[in-house]
Write a protein that binds this ligand. Structure first.
Ligand SMILES: Cc1cc2nc3c(=O)[nH]c(=O)nc-3n(C[C@H](O)[C@H](O)[C@H](O)COP(=O)(O)OP(=O)(O)OC[C@H]3O[C@@H](n4cnc5c(N)ncnc54)[C@H](O)[C@@H]3O)c2cc1C
Length: 475
């Protein structure tokens, strides 16, 4: 009897193992969905400039940068700034700013991310990370000024709103700890929060004077001007199809597979990176959405009394983030995110549902806006990792493949900084990033995201868990 039971157990375990291995093998063979590059139809996209010519011949370069978002353009700008003699090219599959850099929610944030509200690793690392990323915003400002493009960049700070009263002691303690490190955060109670943001919706908030907002595409336009001023060349509608590693890396580009022979490349492809065969088990693409209202009337503006006009985001897992622009439109995003099977980059959600979800949150925060309309709702792609820490560094047998990616949804400031880090590492310059958590605690990509179908199952389960946690807040 016992023997039969044991045999049954062994059979169950064996069948489980065989199923696991077979499924892994099948999905490994099928692979990921191929990259698609959807049109940027965000509010910001109306500021996009005509595209540069596509690559139409074979070329050689010292550094070929793949991806024309903030990471890629910042890397090109800084590489050339440090060494004018370099031959640097940027290869962008569609147009610069077609990816997340041209579709985001407009918030510029220092790091470490405040939603975790704990001192990241060690005091001095936390402090250095904050200082460095705060300083970086000022460098963004300089780029806008030097390019002659105003970028709608405002750096008056931002607010992290707290939904659950029970969380208040935890946040207060964090503010005290941060203040002890010299990080100038302020705890605001419900009254002060209402006075500054005009809403009774939140139990309290934390104000951070370092941070703000920017126009996504105007910053791209500023960067493009500055990159081209340095002499680097940007090719648009130039998708990299294949990368052959070596001392000289060969890229196949565009419909006609023109060759780019480069001594070094930069992967500035964030959520798209696994489609080129890199970081397949550590960075995954997640869809997120943002909406923009019609301009508020004077009466609507008065009714919401968002006196400070400071951008803010809340303390949910599926957080909402809001920016009130100078043209009196509200940019609001978040509240949902999804991972599609086999890393599908094409948006397959229901944008009307996103419209309704986002509108319902906006009206909860500002009830007097009932009846307002969104003029734009769009999708974009985040590059997510399991430890939620962005990655920057150099890899490859010949140490000539640089990367800056995986911003986990907070990459406007960081991607610009990582462009500079990449240029610093390449040029042998010192950059304070070695004292931050991006260097000390994340040497490479040790964390592992399992292959399909386990990845999809795991992502869906985790997302459902987070949603349930948010629902418990009952707001
Ligand atoms: C909806 C949404 C809201 C967000 N809101 C905020 C926010 O408010 N604040 C914040 O800090 N962060 C936010 N983020 C995150 C932030 O936008 C990103 O982290 C940042 O823009 C990443 O920049 P990047 O240059 O690394 O990547 P991207 O801007 O995605 O650029 C990658 C580029 O690579 C190109 N590319 C990919 N593959 C190839 C190839 N094979 N050949 C050539 N080119 C290729 C793509 O076309 C793309 O242009 C948001 C993101 C989204 C999607």
């Amino acid at each position: 009897m016992i023997l039969i039971k044991k045999m049954k157990l062994i059979t169950v375990i064996l069948s489980f193992i065989v199923t696991f291995i077979t499924a892994s093998l099948v999905f490994w063979l099928i692979g990921e969905k191929k990259a698609v590059f959807e049109k940027n139809d965000s509010f910001w996209a109306k500021e996009m400039k005509p595209a540069n010519a596509a690559l139409n011949k074979n070329i050689e370069a010292d550094v070929a940068i793949i991806g024309g978002g903030y990471t890629g353009l910042s890397a090109a700008y800084h590489l050339m700034k440090y060494n004018h003699a370099l031959k640097v090219v940027v290869l962008e599959a569609k147009q610069v700013g077609s990816g997340a850099s041209g579709r985001h929610g407009g918030m510029v944030l220092p790091q470490p991310p405040t939603e975790s509200f704990e001192i990241a690793y060690e005091d001095n690392i936390h402090k250095k990370t904050y200082e460095l990323t705060s300083r970086n915003m000022k460098a963004m400002k300089k780029v806008c000024e030097e390019s002659g493009i105003e970028c709608d960049l405002k750096l008056d700070g931002f607010v992290h709103t707290i939904i659950d009263e029970e969380d208040i002691p935890y946040y207060k303690e964090y503010v005290e700890e941060a203040n002890d490190l010299g990080i100038p955060l302020e705890f605001w109670n419900a009254e002060k929060t209402e006075e500054m943001l005009g809403t009774e919706y939140y139990a309290a908030s934390v104000y951070d004077p370092n941070g703000g907002s920017v126009h996504a595409i105007k910053f791209i336009n500023a960067l493009k001007i500055m990159v081209e001023k340095t002499g680097a060349v940007i090719y648009e509608n130039s998708k990299v199809n294949d990368i052959s590693e070596g001392k000289i890396i060969v890229l196949k580009v565009g419909d006609e597979n023109h060759e780019v022979k480069a001594k070094n490349i930069v992967l500035a492809t964030n959520a798209f990176t696994s489609k080129l065969g890199y970081f397949k088990y550590s960075v995954m693409p997640v869809h997120a959405q943002t909406a923009v209202t019609e301009p508020l009337t004077e009466e609507q503006l008065e009714s919401i009394a968002w006196e400070s006009r400071l951008p803010f985001y809340d303390s949910k897992n599926y957080l909402f983030h809001l920016v009130l622009r100078d043209d009196n439109r509200i940019v609001i995003g978040g509240g949902d995110a999804d991972y599609y099977f086999r890393g599908d980059l094409q948006y397959r959600g229901d944008i009307q549902k996103i419209y309704e979800l986002t509108m319902s949150e906006l009206i909860k925060i500002y009830p007097s806006l009932k009846g307002i309309k969104f003029e734009y709702v769009w999708d974009g792609l985040l590059g997510m990792t399991s430890d939620e820490i962005p990655k920057v560094g150099v890899t490859g047998k010949h140490n000539n493949i640089y990367y800056g990616l995986a911003y986990n949804g907070q990459g406007v400031n960081m991607s610009f900084m990582f462009g500079e880090v990449i240029a610093s590492v390449y040029s042998g310059k010192t950059h304070g990033w070695k004292d931050t958590l991006y260097y000390s605690y994340s040497s490479g990509f040790q964390e592992f995201i399992p292959p399909e179908p386990y990845r999809w199952i795991g992502a869906k389960t985790l997302m459902e868990y987070y949603k349930r946690q948010d629902n418990k807040l009952n707001k």
